[in-house]
Write a protein that binds this ligand. Structure first.
Ligand code: ZN
Length: 298
């Protein structure tokens, strides 16, 4: 049995148990009339679960018209190559700056391997997606699923090729990683290399808040109400987090020393969520901010 939670009529959240952790990585299944869509796919390892979930919901494979990817990081879109083979009508919606990596994932895979080291097997793999199955998005663009409008919103900051997806009729906003991680009711920063950018993140958060969403649907993990407040709080968290890394860098003078100092700081350790057992994500998030600070100086 797939681990499916019904959020409303026509919207489900599938827990992919990413990295073996419950309620950490999700895939949303949307149905409107005879048409269905996915938001995110999880890693390629989650593809069989997604197919199982569709079957349990009685959604035919050829009813899935769209696969919305917030970005191409493997925990969000790694399974898309696998799924387009099984879902014959599905087109993959992704930012045009990420589309090339979906067609040829070689560089993406090698950069993930470099970033995550021995954890790489947990990220699965990525099969190439034929270019004609991809809908590249450059600016805001509205898609139709049955009678439902879904608007792709460019939302750089976590990555330059990030998109959020907004459903005006319901006020639902699929945030990917643009609004942080929301795990067990707590917000956590996600600021990975190579392209985390504070200013662009803050601009994105303001743009998203201005749309007046009612509920945020986090990939990590699930719905968060009080959407405006959550977006504002994440902006504050990012400012604090970037400032924390900047002052460690200033007092220790070098990135590696700053990293070690931060990993010994109890306030910083509170930014590691329960899924980050060996602090690998925390390190990655610190390195992402260090990279941003270096680019800002340079
Ligand atoms: Zn993610």
């Amino acid at each position: 049995m797939a681990d499916l939670e019904r959020l409303r009529d026509g919207l489900w959240l599938l827990d992919t148990r990413q990295f073996g952790i419950p309620r950490y990585g999700g895939v949303y299944i949307l149905r409107q009339g005879d048409a269905a869509a996915l938001v995110e796919t999880g890693t390629s390892l989650a593809a069989p679960l997604v197919l199982e979930g569709l079957e349990e919901l009685g959604i035919a494979r050829d009813a899935v018209e769209l696969i919305f990817l917030t970005h191409i990081h493997l925990d969000h879109g790694g399974g898309a190559g696998e799924l387009v083979r099984e879902l014959p009508a599905a087109r993959v919606v992704a930012h045009e700056r990420g589309a090339g990596h979906l067609v040829d994932p070689t560089r993406l895979l090698s950069s993930v391997r470099e970033a995550v080291g021995e954890k790489f097997p947990l990220y699965g793999t990525a099969r190439p997606i034929p270019p004609e199955r991809i809908e590249p998005v450059g600016g805001e663009r509205t898609f139709r699923l049955g009678g439902l409008e879904v608007v792709a919103i460019p939302s750089p900051g976590h990555a330059p090729h990030h998109l959020c997806f907004f459903v005006p009729r319901t006020g639902e906003l699929f945030t990917g990683d643009a609004a942080g991680l929301y795990l067990g009711g707590g917000l956590y920063p996600t600021t990975p290399p190579p392209s985390f950018d504070l200013e662009r993140s803050l601009e994105t958060l303001e743009r998203l808040a201005a749309m007046g969403p009612k509920v945020l649907l986090y990939t990590h993990f699930g719905p968060g109400g009080g959407a405006g407040e959550l977006l504002g709080r994440y902006g504050e968290l990012l400012r604090w987090w970037t400032g924390k890394v900047a002052s460690a860098l200033e007092s220790s003078g070098a990135g590696t020393a700053a990293l070690e100092a931060l990993l010994a700081d109890p306030e910083v350790l509170r930014c590691a969520h329960r899924g980050d057992r060996d602090r690998a994500e925390l390190r990655m998030n610190i390195r992402g901010v260090l990279g941003y600070l270096a680019r800002r100086e340079g």
